[in-house]
Design a protein. Structure first.
Length: 472
């Protein structure tokens, strides 16, 4: 009887200690809500929009970090410049790159779907930094300008109205195919773009892979994209192996990454290269075209801003006398770039970035457990009056001099996690802007057109613009 009583007491004490330590640990995680089973707070996120969702929870729970549940994952959402700085500075210590499973499943080969995306992100960053150095970028500018001229002539000139979103996507995708892979066959590029459209329209839909659903079409589109890219990559590797110098010595991303070897001295596989190029094309297809679209939106809405951009661009155009743009010309587009930066503050082309917690760490007095995901987002600072006075006023002068406080303006990330494509995007936006503004004055067809904000901003009607040609 004594033994039974003793064992019962031990069991009670053990349960009490377990409960005590569990509750202590649980109480130490950031405040917030996990929402509904499985879907978490994803529905609220969609209905409220990212800005409203985040603002409400910052006011309700905490200004530094709060917990939520998105994509079926427990998530700590970091807020403000300190939160941004912390996540940008700790990639190799406590955090690893992470993309939602539904996104990986649609975009990549199966071996990436269930594994960490850190390796693919690392490969992209190391080689993108190499091929996007200033000396490399200088060679891209004439190509960008030449393609922009052809694009304006074929897609804009002679039209009274164009839908800026669709035509800018065509330009950025065509250019990405040319610079990344030297693919410029119109039929081939159009086929790739069609498959990417299937992926993008279903990527952030309800991830149910059943016939007829948007997500099912995204899965099929992803398979087609991978098949097309594998053909291109396999053929290029064959050219290199056969020492066809004309085709093998290209300076594009594909030719250079085909010469990469892993830690064992083996060449990187075609499937791994395909995964990397998909990630880069995905970014080119949506984010840069979104940025271009919304720069044009503000130029169409704000004539006083347009006039200053026009004056700057025409001064450059007159000095060129028809020659293609060069690096030195881009450096003169200071006001135009300030307009682009303010556009990216108002309507950032991407929500932010995810990470996976690989070991417990402490932030702002809270424990972020291993296995959780983290999210940094533009929406905790870009419209916050603490960091941007009168944030709903479009004011390009914010970016003069030293510009915003560090880690408050983060459309391209920051610190060691700064997107290596930032300078490429700057060139692409400014070259395109030059070719549009020097040809047309813009006017919105529907001044009341809504902008839908979810993970990517979208002009609901595609931003149709009236084109008014300049008198020569």
């Amino acid at each position: 009887m004594d033994a039974l009583l003793f064992m019962s007491l031990i069991a009670i004490i053990s349960m009490f200690l377990f409960f005590f330590f569990f509750q202590k640990h649980k109480a130490n995680v950031p405040p917030g809500s996990s929402g509904l089973p499985v879907v978490g707070e994803s529905i609220k996120f969609v209905l409220s929009g990212p800005q409203g969702f985040i603002r409400e929870r910052m006011e309700k729970y905490a200004q530094d970090v709060f917990q939520t549940s998105l994509f079926g994952q427990k998530m700590a959402l970091f807020c403000g410049p300190q939160g941004n700085k912390f996540l940008f500075s700790n990639q190799t210590k406590s955090l690893a790159s992470w993309w939602p499973l539904s996104v990986r499943k649609a975009l990549f080969f199966p071996e990436v779907v269930e594994s960490s995306t850190d390796k693919i992100a690392s490969l992209q960053h190391s080689f993108m930094r190499e091929i996007l150095k200033p000396e490399a970028l200088k060679h891209y500018i004439p190509v960008m300008d030449s393609m922009a001229r052809e694009h304006v002539e074929s897609e804009w000139a002679g039209h009274e109205v164009v839908k800026a979103y669709s035509v800018s996507k065509k330009y950025t995708f065509d250019l990405a195919c040319k610079l990344l892979m030297s693919v410029d066959d119109a039929e081939h590029v159009a086929r790739l773009a069609k498959y990417f459209t299937l992926v993008n329209t279903g990527l952030f839909s309800v991830p149910i892979d059943l016939p007829g659903t948007a997500y099912s079409r995204a899965i099929k589109g992803g398979k087609s994209v991978r098949a097309e890219l594998m053909k291109i990559i396999t053929k290029r590797r064959k050219d290199i192996m056969e020492n066809n110098l004309e085709k093998a010595t290209r300076s594009d991303y594909l030719s250079r990454v085909l010469l990469l070897t892993d830690e064992n001295g083996d060449f990187i596989s075609e499937r791994e290269i395909t995964n990397n190029i998909i990630g880069l094309l995905f970014a080119s297809y949506e984010t840069t075209s979104s940025a271009i679209t919304f720069v044009l939106k503000y130029l169409a809405e704000l004539p006083e801003i347009y006039d200053k951009v026009y004056e700057e661009q025409m001064e450059i155009a007159k000095s060129k006398k028809g020659d293609l743009l060069k690096w030195e010309d881009i450096q003169k587009m200071k006001y135009s770039w300030n307009v682009a930066c303010e556009t990216l503050r108002f309507i950032p082309p991407a929500l932010g970035g995810f990470r996976e917690v690989v070991s417990d760490f402490t932030y702002a007095g809270f424990t972020i457990p291993k296995g959780w995901k983290t999210l940094w987002t533009v929406h905790t600072t870009h419209k916050n009056p603490k960091y941007f006075a009168d944030p709903e006023t479009f004011n390009p002068s914010r970016f003069e001099g030293k510009g915003p406080v560090p880690y408050t303006y983060v459309p391209f990330g920051g610190g060691s996690r700064m997107c290596p494509r930032k300078e490429y995007a700057r060139l692409e936006i400014l070259v395109f802007l030059h070719n549009i503004v020097t040809k047309f004055k813009l006017k919105k067809v529907n001044p009341q057109e809504n902008i839908e904000l979810y993970f990517l901003p979208v002009a609901k009607e595609g931003l149709p613009l009236h084109l008014i040609g300049h008198k020569i």
